[in-house]
Design a protein around this ligand. Sequence first.
Ligand SMILES: [Cu+2]
Length: 388
Amino acid sequence: MKGKNLLRIILMVLTVFNAATAQADWAFNFQTPVTPLAEDTLHVHNQFFAIIITLFFVTLGILIYSILNHRKDKGQQPATFTGPTNRWQWMLVIAPFVMLFLLDYVVMGIPAYHAAVSMEDTKTDADMVLKVTGSQWKWQYEYPAEGIKFVSALKTTQDQINGKAPKGENYLLEVDNPVVLPVNKKVRILLMSSDVMHSWGVPAFGVKRATVPGFLRETWVKIGKPGTYRGQCAQICGKNHAFMPIIVEAVSEEKYQEWVAQKKAESAAASASADKVWAKEDLMQHGHEIYEKICISCHQPEGKGLPGAFPALAGSKIVNGPFLDKDGRLIKDGHLDRVMNGKPGTAMQAFKNTFSDIDIAAIVTYERNSFGNSMGDMVQPSQVKALR
Ligand SMILES: [Cu+2]
């Protein structure tokens, strides 16, 4: 009688569990997979989960049954033997071993091997290459074949982060420049880092790969469905680790080509307007936008920095010092040199690699005339261009 009740309880738990996981859009389920890798790994996960849960309930059932029925007060007498003494007992020792061996190395081993091998297969039939560089605290993307290169940074405003404005729908999961990729194309993704370890992770792609300074790592995607896919840095990388999301827009081949053309036109236009003379207000405004997006994470609002970690810009000797010598050459360790070439061994990167001439001129001009700094001077984009 008791054994029947126990069986009923186990069946009930399994039924409830099964009903809960069967709902595809259940809040605690995985995101819908859109790449072969994501489908493969999710399939392996589900299969293993079923095996594990079955083993769990079978062992738990035997355990509970034994506790209830093999009790001293039921008159059970303990056996006195030690070790297997007959063929039947040897069977009880060997059978679980054989079962687990088959489960691990055949039933679970073959699909796991298949998934692991396909994860590493980045080169076969790759249609294009995307380079991803993690840096504190933004992503840099490059399309080598198209000559497109841009920085993708958090778009959520400081006011939202500081609770001064209501949070948007995609709070901390929105960027200024999303990655755009064509659907149904195998994209080989090369990953690197300019400072510390980061990890480029997009759950719907089944991809999460660390970017390691000094190493080139790879993964790939072949996105089956157009859409906006969001991810985050998945390797703790310092103070603003939570503020470097990833967005991939998967679009049709035609839309992708349109985007490529538009990006190329934008960079051509930027290069052309670097040659004209800029008004100080325009540089200040553009510099403010970049500061709020990029520089603020270390140098802080109001340019006060973080003592011991990131230097203040307000009242800084470098910011309030000269940046070009009388022959128009870059002064070593001057303001412009620091922004363009960075400071090796610190979080201060060489921004000439990622920022345009206009960006660099604007940010230097902005810093020299903000936070109580009042140098009154400015840098023209053409000057930056000449220094490259
Ligand atoms: Cu991170």
